[in-house]
Write a protein that binds this ligand. Structure first.
Ligand SMILES: [Zn+2]
Length: 227
């Protein structure tokens, strides 16, 4: 199972490597800033202002296309290389309110990425599984399952008090997510996977490709036990 499940949420590889946004985006973003600056200097109502606005729109489209292209290629690769894909059901709207996180979440387009992963997995007969966003993936030590009380977002590395294992925050979280995802899948019922107060919203992406086909979806909203 280790090998079939190489990619994790936050785009983290099981061996500890992480995926970044394509560097080309930085170039376009710089260009966007430039074009916006030029626009702001044009006189209101002038023809040059209209032309300049068109240029800004062009760069915006370019950035959108680049981002989508990157997500399409990455999701295709992940689906091709893996049997099971476990992702964290991130609270994107809540994170957008956190200023530090807003930019990275927006850039990666997490919701769009999950949708791509899901339908590509469906088409290829692979398993797509979402893990509830309240699952304490970051705060749990994946070795001894000890849970720390709080873990501020700027702490990238931490040491477990019980077993003294030193963790990379993201890698540890991704291993916990993989285990939780596999637990949901192997238990078959997905019991204790979610809290009752986070029932799935109507429409949009469904949580799992298997749960749907086997008709297990209602049980996915059962209460999860804290480990
Ligand atoms: Zn530990």
């Amino acid at each position: 199972m280790e090998e079939t499940n190489k990619y994790y949420v936050k785009l983290i590889y099981s061996k500890g490597s992480k995926f970044d946004n394509p560097r080309i985006l930085n170039k376009h973003e710089f260009n966007l800033k430039l074009k916006q600056q030029q626009l702001s200097r044009k006189q209101k109502g002038s023809n040059n202002r209209i032309k300049s606005r068109k240029k800004v729109g062009f760069v915006h489209r370019k950035i959108t296309n680049c981002r989508e292209d990157f997500l399409h290629k990455l999701s295709r690769r992940i689906v091709n290389e893996n049997q099971v894909i476990v992702v964290e059901n991130l609270n994107v709207r809540g994170m957008m309110q956190n200023h530090c996180l807003a930019k990275s979440i927006h850039q990666v387009g997490w919701g769009m990425f999950c949708t791509m992963l899901k339908y590509k997995a469906e088409m290829s007969g692979k398993i797509y599984q979402e893990v509830d966003r309240f699952f304490p993936s970051s705060k749990t030590c994946h070795v001894c399952l000890n849970q720390v009380g709080s873990l501020p977002l700027d702490v990238r590395f931490w040491t477990c008090e019980k077993c003294q294992t030193r963790h990379d925050r993201d890698v540890n979280a991704s291993i916990n997510l993989r285990d939780e995802g596999l637990r949901i899948l192997t238990s078959g019922t997905g019991d204790k996977a979610c809290r009752p107060d986070v029932s799935r919203s109507k429409g949009g992406r469904k949580k799992s490709t298997t749960a749907l086909s086997v008709g297990l979806l209602p049980t996915l909203t059962a209460k999860r036990e804290r480990r």
